[in-house]
Design a protein around this ligand. Structure first.
Ligand code: CA
Length: 225
């Protein structure tokens, strides 16, 4: 998950970069609309979410948002607005923002909004996720590999769905915990490792490398068979 931060206040910007990185997000920070435009219109943008300050030195933040939406770019945008500026909020939402957070904000609140926004845009548009010879039906929660049916318990299919939606991406234990267990587990527990183990036993084929790679010190990555 890569988050673009568009904020000219150095203090807020570095606070966001630090906080989001510690939560396992990749970040990119710019301080004006011109630089942000280069990022979002670049060929390798791959931005999953934008945090957008409205008061920027070269132009209003909302111009970036309008540009993105005119281009058909549906990347979710959370607007950071100065305290109580209702007109900012309305302008932001009208321009196509997914949410707004008033400054000053608590980092935990922003984090909750980011997660909620990413969940909303992550809704299934298809009923089946296919990756190589592995298929997962989102309605029946049934997986098959090379036609072999794989019965999955609830946390197992939730975990598999998460991996299939982020192929090739390293997911930290914290990211997995928050997505599959909603933090109802102690972050220090080894429940993620245990369930990755269950999933590997069900999905992997004898003699072939595991579909779920362990990335030392970082987490897990789903790879194509
Ligand atoms: Ca500002």
């Amino acid at each position: 998950m890569k988050i673009l931060i568009v904020e000219d206040d150095q203090g807020i910007s570095s606070f966001l970069v630090k906080g989001l990185r510690s939560e396992g997000y990749q970040t990119m920070a710019v301080g004006d609309v011109a630089s942000a435009k280069l990022v979002v219109t670049g060929p390798d943008a791959e931005i999953d979410l934008v945090l957008l300050d409205l008061g920027l030195p070269d132009a209003a933040g909302s111009t970036l948002l309008s540009l993105m939406r005119e281009r058909g770019d549906t990347t979710p945008v959370i607007v950071l607005t100065a305290r109580g500026e209702v007109s900012d909020k309305v302008a932001g939402l009208n321009a196509g923002a997914n949410d707004y957070v008033a400054k000053p904000f608590a980092f935990e609140e922003l984090l909750a909004r980011i997660r909620a926004t990413l969940r909303t845009v992550d809704q299934p548009s298809t009923t089946e996720l296919v990756h190589g010879d592995l298929r997962f039906d989102l309605l029946s929660k049934m997986a098959t590999r090379n036609g072999r049916r794989i019965e999955l318990a609830q946390r197992e299919w939730a975990l598999l769905e998460l991996f299939l939606r982020h192929p090739g991406q390293v997911l930290s234990r914290t990211q997995i915990l928050s997505a599959v267990w909603d933090y109802s587990f102690d972050p220090g527990s080894n429940v993620v490792d245990v369930y990755v183990g269950y999933l590997r036993r069900k999905l992997d084929e004898p003699g072939s490398p595991s579909l779920i790679q362990t990335v030392r010190g970082a987490g897990y990555r789903f790879v194509e068979s």
